[in-house]
Design a protein around this ligand. Structure first.
Ligand SMILES: Cc1cc2nc3c(=O)[nH]c(=O)nc-3n(C[C@H](O)[C@H](O)[C@H](O)COP(=O)(O)O)c2cc1C
Ligand code: SF4
Length: 486
């Protein structure tokens, strides 16, 4: 399958083998050799943050399924995914999935949209998650379950009407990324951003009415909220200085706090970014040439420079702390222009490239960045991301990180698509199901790139039986064959 020189995690079966590989490769990643008994596990400890109790240290990260209806309501597939979130055993639901605040901000024609028309169905979606949680863990089990909704405008990556027709509305010009949109990129006017603040506030009001306790004002992965933070070349009130680049985020948060009492605001942030990558002739990823001069937020050019790359991010966190934000979900990069940074994987998605580094390095980088920020902002509660590639070693690394205070909660993305019961199994000491671990085949990203729904086609029998599974497998085979010919 993959031609990469990195060993598969499944082959690193003992703690000694895993440690030896990390040491040999110079990857700074620590882990506990043994998992603690459930009663003593740092993963099972509750956390209290300003009156909010979350029952354990597992967090479900937001994940879209590209499976809503054309007008933005959840479908049966969406409801199935959210029920799995509910039965997973995790107690923090960071937003469920990205939900557009208005139609032109949808990243695909099947993204959920929160509007007066859809709010009832989105409320029911949350209720189904809670009901599934209670059914599995007991009728009072939701007392320490904390559920929010992620709000977004896709900005440069908007495709509201047709899956392969981009309708980008960017925060600023970007000489490299703009080249990927042959029909041009429109940039938001200041007055349009002013109006978009109102749309976020309207969406937040509806989210509260639908029963969500917090909203995530999404600022990651190259979407609008993130791109604005790096809009140095933009003129006017929303570009240039950090003060201006954070204006949109500040206004959205201040207005929600003023107009939507009772609703908490949290932020998922790409805490560092990297230059855009492209596929080299041999299929491996490489940085775009001339990419050093492109705009961006907290751009990392070499791992030695992580401390200094995070300086801008620290400025944003200071601002957020001042605004009363208490929860941060740390992520990095973008699935569009540097997927190996954002979701480390052994196998690339359709529009990706073979990994230019051991994916464990990508995991370690996000863990280290989160730890540095936790050190500097002990009053903020940090959820870490990008643990799925760790597979069998995920609980061991998570336990270590919590014990050492490197983060406050362990975020789970892809692994929940292939193995939704992982948190419950870890927390009860049940044997872990090796054949359910996400092996980072990236089909859940390839599906949407082909205009299909997302799901774990290789490992979830429900998706494996769907017609999309065959199409995705064929494309994967063709792509691999083409790259091994080179
Ligand atoms: C299919 C899929 C959909 C995703 N959708 C979202 C999303 O809606 N919002 C978001 O912030 N991140 C999204 N992500 C990113 C994940 O939340 C997470 O950051 C990433 O997968 C890395 O974590 P992992 O290693 O546990 O998978 C998505 C990832 C995948 C694979
Ligand atoms: S398709 Fe399944 S195995 Fe592949 S990355 Fe997604 S969750 Fe993991």
């Amino acid at each position: 399958m993959s031609r990469t020189p990195y060993p598969r995690i499944a082959s690193l079966r003992t703690a000694d083998a895993f440690r030896a590989h990390l040491e040999r490769s110079g990857i700074p990643l620590a882990f506990d050799d043994e998992l603690a008994a459930p009663a003593a596990s740092p993963l099972g400890r509750s956390i209290d943050v300003h009156g909010v109790r979350v029952g354990n240290r597992f967090c479900i990260l937001p994940m879209e399924g590209w499976d809503g209806t054309r007008d933005g309501e959840p479908s049966d597939l969406t409801r199935r995914r959210w029920r799995h979130f509910g039965t997973s055993g995790a107690k923090l639901m960071w937003g469920g999935e990205a939900v557009a605040v208005r139609h032109d901000g949808r990243a695909n024609p099947h993204q959920l949209l929160i509007s007066p028309h859809t709010v009832g169905a989105i409320a029911t979606l949350r209720e189904e998650l809670v009901a599934a949680h209670r059914e599995r863990f007991g009728s009072n089990a939701d007392g320490d379950l904390y559920i929010g909704l992620q709000l977004t405008h896709a900005g440069r990556y908007a495709r509201p009407d047709i899956h392969d027709r981009p309708s980008p509305i960017a925060a600023c010009a970007n000489p490299i990324l703009d080249r990927r949109f042959p029909n041009g990129v429109r940039v938001f006017e200041d007055a349009e951003l002013d109006a978009l603040v109102d749309d976020f506030v309207g969406a937040a009001t509806r989210a509260r009415d639908a029963g969500f306790r917090f909203v995530d004002v999404k600022a990651c992965h190259g979407y609008l909220g993130h791109e604005l933070l790096g809009a140095r070349s933009r003129s006017g009130r929303y570009g240039g200085s950090l003060e201006n680049r954070t204006r949109f985020m500040r206004q959205v948060i201040e207005r929600i706090r003023a107009d939507v009492p009772g609703l908490q605001v949290v932020v998922r942030l790409s805490v560092f970014d990297m230059v855009p990558y492209r596929k080299r002739a041999d299929g491996v990823g490489e940085p775009e040439p001339e990419s050093r001069s492109v705009p961006g937020f907290s751009v990392l050019t070499s791992d030695d420079g992580l401390e200094s790359a995070l300086e801008e991010c620290r400025g944003v966190l200071r601002m957020l702390e001042g605004l009363g934000v208490r929860w941060i979900c740390a992520t990095a990069g973008s699935p569009y222009y540097n997927p190996h940074i954002q979701r480390p994987a052994m196998f690339p998605p359709l529009d990706g490239y073979e990994p230019p580094e051991d994916p464990l390095r990508g995991v370690a980088r996000q863990i280290e960045a989160t730890a540095l920020l936790k050190r500097d902002f002990p009053g903020l509660t940090f959820v870490g991301s990008a643990y799925s590639y760790l597979q069998e070693w995920l609980p061991h690394v998570g336990q270590h990180n919590l014990r050492e205070g490197l983060c406050d909660l362990v975020g789970l993305g892809r692994i929940v698509l292939s193995y939704p019961d992982l948190p419950a199994d870890v927390l009860t000491g049940a044997p872990l199901r090796r054949n359910a671990f996400c092996r980072t085949f990236s089909d859940c990203t390839t599906g949407p790139r082909m205009g299909l729904v997302s799901g774990c086609f290789p490992l979830d029998p429900f998706y494996a039986a769907r017609p999309e599974a065959v199409k995705i497998r064929d494309v994967r085979t063709e792509t691999r064959a083409a790259s091994s010919d080179q």
